[in-house]
Ligand binder design. Structure first.
Ligand code: AMP
Length: 561
């Protein structure tokens, strides 16, 4: 069985899929959350989770936490004289989760889907994958945390295109992601956040209010007193969600100090934090080219989204109620387990198309005419570029380079070099073309690349319509021929050129009609925007198409008055 894991900054969880739904697996203490804390003693014994956290006050030099923040860096943690990299510490957490799952399910677990923040780059993703391998887990796939949340909420099952914002406020980190479900593809459009903002800051506000009311200063407290105060403040912060005032106290120099704090006072004191929260929300929307009112759904994840002042703030901001049906601590792990079930091709889950980015460029070898009549062969022409959101389908038109050329050969290559010989050869296709003067005949080469490392190459002669196809399967792809066939059928919609979508077609038709009717400057202006829109359609980048379409639409509105 493949399990789903949320390897979090503060807490980690493991989940599996059974009886048609994802479920959290309790750890050896019967709890759902395992703190992402590791401790190693002088003899090299490893402690993970709550036990490791408990060792914090007695042996602070033997404990590491929040190491997820350093994932993919060279940072080393020294625990009782032993040195560890962030991925090694993460692997200890993963191993502990794996053991708990094995004990609970009674079978060996060797594969997992692990969630990572949407902004994790290649290096940090690779480090996460290595952490899995060190723990004896083959990391079948990584899923971005906001995508996992959307999957857990079943949002991919919508028939309508939907835009949503995933608001993730944890203990010490804050992430906002804007996602879009567009033609059945779930895509992360923009991410923003603050690595040093979270529930702990709200606890600090509560502690500060308490000190003000009781006339104390933080400096006058011993370290142990500070720990005691924060523990009480943390509790009061959670309690104030349901009442209009809280009273709490803590032991200060042999006497109990007490104070009452009203919900209103607390809310006012948190105003500054709420302003800070607003920034990444604004930024992610601006990056996605959207307004607050464009968001159809708001999903809340991370423990601190239970704070009623945060919820009320979001309701005022978005003018809608956020979706909170699932436990905000568990949502990501549940989504990862659903993704694991999809990966296993379980009947109960409809396989959805989740996006990822392609980490290399796929292209073909071409001859380039660098000056009239002068050719250079062996050059590489990218078709699907690195970092393209996949699945993707792109087409490039190639022309004959010799008079009476009777066939075109397409060599399929992967790599980043400008020269074909330096890139990895994946296969080739050959197709006959009618003899004609050079440059008159052409072929459309379409690459369709899927998250399962499936590349379909199609070459079609423009003049005759004849075509040939081949499928190249990546090493880690274990699909049968039938499964591949089915997958390719599912992806067929991708090959509909963006220009064929109803709305794009309509805008172009209207633009062309107005161009015909216009004269002079108006005509020039229309031509400029139509050309830009057509270029965007050709490149096939969704965001660029939307931007160019909007620009063109604005010009059409202006000119149609
Ligand atoms: P996470 O990192 O997602 O586990 O979030 C942990 C944060 O959520 C901590 O700052 C907790 O104080 C906060 N938190 C958990 N439960 C509640 C609650 N009921 N009300 C307010 N904050 C909470």
């Amino acid at each position: 069985m493949i399990v789903g894991i949320d390897l979090g900054t503060t807490n980690s969880l493991i989940a599996y899929f059974a009886d048609g739904e994802p479920k959290i697996i309790p750890n050896r203490l019967g709890k759902h959350l395992t703190p992402s804390v590791v401790s190693v003693d002088e003899e090299g014994n490893v402690y993970v989770g709550e036990t490791a956290r408990e060792r914090m006050s007695l042996y602070p030099d033997s404990v590491a936490q929040t190491f997820k923040r350093s994932m993919g860096t060279e940072r080393e943690y020294n625990l009782s004289g032993h040195k560890f990299k962030p991925e090694e510490l993460s692997s200890m957490v993963l191993r502990s989760l794996k053991e708990d799952a094995e004990a609970f399910l009674g079978e060996e677990i060797t594969e997992a889907v692990i969630s990572v923040p949407a902004y994790f780059d290649d290096k940090r993703r690779k480090a996460t994958k290595r952490a899995g391998e060190l723990a004896g887990l083959k990391v079948e796939r990584m899923i971005s945390e906001p995508t996992a949340a959307a999957v857990a909420y079943g949002l991919y099952d919508r028939t309508k295109d939907t835009r949503f914002l995933v608001f993730d406020l944890g203990g010490g980190t804050f992430d906002v992601s804007v996602l879009e479900l567009y033609h059945n593809i779930l895509e992360v459009r923009a991410v923003a956040g603050d690595n040093y903002l979270g529930g702990e800051d709200f606890t600090a506000v509560m502690a500060k209010l308490f000190l003000q009311k009781s006339g104390l200063s933080l400096q006058s407290l011993s370290e142990k007193e500070q720990v005691r105060l924060y523990r009480q403040a943390e509790k009061a912060k959670c309690d104030i969600n349901d009442t209009d005032k809280v009273t709490f106290g803590f032991l200060y120099k042999e006497e109990t100090k007490e104070a009452e704090i009203s919900a209103k006072e607390y809310e006012e004191a948190c105003e500054e934090l709420l302003m800070k929260i607003r920034e990444p929300v604004k930024k992610s929307l601006a990056d996605a080219g959207l307004k607050l009112s464009d968001i159809d759904e708001v999903l809340l994840i991370g423990g601190a989204t239970r704070l009623s002042i945060v919820r009320d703030f979001l309701i005022r901001l978005f003018r809608k109620f956020p979706d909170t049906k699932l436990n905000p601590d568990e949502t990501v792990a549940l989504g990862a387990a659903v993704q694991a079930a999809m990966k296993e091709r379980r009947e109960e889950v409809k396989e959805v198309i989740l996006t990822d980015v392609c980490s290399f460029t796929l292209g073909t070898e071409v001859v380039v005419e660098y000056e009239e009549g002068k050719f250079e062969d062996g050059r590489f022409c990218p078709i699907i570029e690195r970092n393209t959101v996949i699945p993707a389908s792109h087409t490039e038109r190639l022309f004959t380079v010799r008079d009476n050329q009777d066939k075109v050969r397409v060599r399929v290559l992967q790599g980043e070099s400008r020269f074909a010989r330096n890139n990895l050869y994946l296969g080739e296709l050959e197709i006959e073309v009618p003899k004609a003067p050079k440059g008159q005949e052409s072929v459309d080469v379409t690459y369709t690349y899927d998250i399962n490392s499936l590349l379909e190459v199609e070459v079609k002669v423009v003049s005759t319509g004849r075509s040939q196809k081949m499928i190249i399967k990546g090493q880690d792809n274990q699909m049968t021929d039938e499964e591949i066939q089915k997958r390719m059928e599912e992806l067929a919609y991708l090959k509909i050129q963006p220009r064929d979508y109803e709305e794009n077609r309509l805008v172009l038709l209207r633009a062309e009609r107005m161009y015909e009717e216009a004269l002079g400057e108006s005509r020039k202006k229309l031509d400029h925007y139509i050309t830009a829109f057509e270029a965007a359609l050709k490149r096939g980048d969704h965001d660029e198409i939307m931007d160019a379409r909007q620009d063109l639409n604005e010009v059409l509105e202006e000119e149609d008055k």
